[in-house]
Design a protein around this ligand. Structure first.
Ligand code: DQA
Length: 139
């Protein structure tokens, strides 16, 4: 199977921003580890990151050829109807991911406009959230 991991706004600065919340590993390091994990299970994975809402929508719209998408949309999660519609518009299952436990944080993070159109949601396990989300496609 082939998967796509999409990271949204500000996630390209993982490793330097708010380390107490998101850890000190860079997104490149997290992705390299994920790639090994996915390959070890006989699958393939591509990665995409953008801070730009429209680019994320376009990438999701083009994800029809993948067996599954793992999406950490960052702050867009909480208000982007455009991203929600992009996810709703593809047949590929999308799993929403957050590194932090958004429900233990500010109230504005408790709402996700994406969850209703995603297959499921994994949050609060740091970088492991991505691994758990990917595993959900083959376990
Ligand atoms: C996040 C949680 C969001 O609320 C936040 O805006 C992020 C990262 C997470 O991975 O925990 O940028 O999606």
């Amino acid at each position: 199977m082939k998967f796509l991991v999409i990271n949204g706004v500000n996630l390209g600065r993982t490793g330097t921003r708010e380390r107490g919340i998101y850890g000190s590993e860079t997104l490149e390091e997290i992705n390299a580890e994920l790639e090994k994990f996915v390959r070890a299970h006989g699958h393939e994975v591509d990665f995409f990151q953008s801070d730009v809402e429209g680019e994320l929508c376009r990438k999701i719209g083009e994800a029809g050829g993948y067996d599954g998408v793992v999406l950490n949309a960052g702050a867009y999660t909480h208000y982007s109807i455009a991203l929600r519609d992009a996810v709703a518009g593809i047949p590929t299952p999308v799993v929403e991911v957050h590194m932090s436990n958004v429900h233990a944080r500010e109230e504005f993070r408790h709402v996700s406009v994406l969850t209703p159109v995603c297959r499921g949601e994994i949050l609060g396990f740091g970088k492991k959230s991505y691994q758990l989300a990917l595993e959900s496609f083959w376990l």
